[in-house]
Design a protein around this ligand. Structure first.
Ligand SMILES: [Zn+2]
Length: 298
């Protein structure tokens, strides 16, 4: 499932390739992909003629900002992908929504398992915080530039790569929580964008056992976790995301971060820090990987 680095990679690709493009038409071949407005035919009508001003990201959604202020949200969920196809590219049987661009290219929403959702919202849905100075490229290249959370993302926590997301802020969000660290990292209302892969990687990097409860962390351990979360996400972005199954960038190519994973799906392999075998356990129904020596329970 695409997490923050994968979605950020797609958003940056799209910013480079389709910012300024105009959508002349949209074909929806799987109605349930459309979350808003409904019915799906209405979505197609409303997106027709729109010009794409800028592409960004909030949590695990791609945000397509239109020139008239509306915002299209694309939640890729399990197997969704946004791919820019050149004119004349053969049709894709898994393309659930095809946006026809004025220059003959297509922006295709491909989704084998069909869990992803696309919404089109009035600008009021994502209030304020948007740059209007034409520095769109810069805004997307800088993951720290914050989007204000509107109704669509009201239940989401802060962006972990935002400048405002300090160790202090993480400490405030974890204070008094008796939930396990793995569970809290996956909770989108605590931090937005982290999923199973980067949660395991961050905990290994911070030398914290996934079953530790947040209220047992020392201030130094919270700082370490904060650094680790940001480091693994930045590294994931630098490697264009982790492709273990379906994920591809907007160029249709897999990311390179799978080779750089330290614990995730390395069960039985030696820990890259101490040599002990990586173990797998299940926390809240999610498979969880850790080093029993480096990440010992106190
Ligand atoms: Zn180890």
């Amino acid at each position: 499932m695409p997490e923050l680095p994968e979605v950020e990679t797609v958003a940056r690709d799209l910013q480079r390739w389709i910012a300024g493009a105009t959508i002349v038409d949209a074909d929806v071949s799987w109605d349930r992909t459309i979350r808003h407005p409904l019915p799906a035919e209405r979505f197609a009508v409303e997106v027709r003629g729109a010009t794409i001003r800028r592409v960004g990201r909030r949590a695990k959604s791609v945000l397509v900002h239109l020139a008239d202020g509306r915002v299209m949200t694309v939640a890729l969920r399990m197997t969704g992908a946004l791919i820019v196809a050149p004119p004349g590219a053969p049709p894709d049987p898994y393309a659930r929504v095809v946006f026809h661009l004025a220059d003959g290219r297509q922006l295709r929403y491909r989704d084998v398992r069909k869990f992803g959702r696309i919404g089109l919202w009035e600008g009021g849905g994502l209030r304020g915080g948007l740059r209007r100075d034409g520095a769109g490229k810069k805004a997307v290249a800088d993951p720290r530039s914050a989007y204000r959370i509107g109704e669509v993302f009201a239940r989401h926590g802060p962006e972990p790569l935002a400048r405002s997301f300090t160790a202090q802020r993480l400490a405030e969000r974890l204070r008094g929580r008796r939930a396990r660290l793995k569970t809290l990292l996956l909770d989108q209302s605590v931090i937005a964008g982290v999923g199973n892969i980067y949660a395991d990687e961050a905990l290994w990097r911070a030398r914290l056992h996934p079953l530790r409860t947040a209220d047992t962390l020392t201030p130094a351990e919270i700082r370490s976790l904060h650094r680790a979360v940001r480091a693994v996400l930045r590294e994931g972005i630098a490697n264009r995301g982790t492709s273990l199954s379906d994920y591809v960038g907007a160029d249709g190519e897999p990311g390179a971060n799978a080779e750089r994973l330290r614990v995730y799906q390395r069960t039985g392999e030696p820990c890259l820090r101490c040599g002990k075998q990586i173990q797998r356990t299940v926390v809240g129904q999610r498979s969880t990987h850790f080093c029993p020596r480096c990440q010992a329970l106190p």
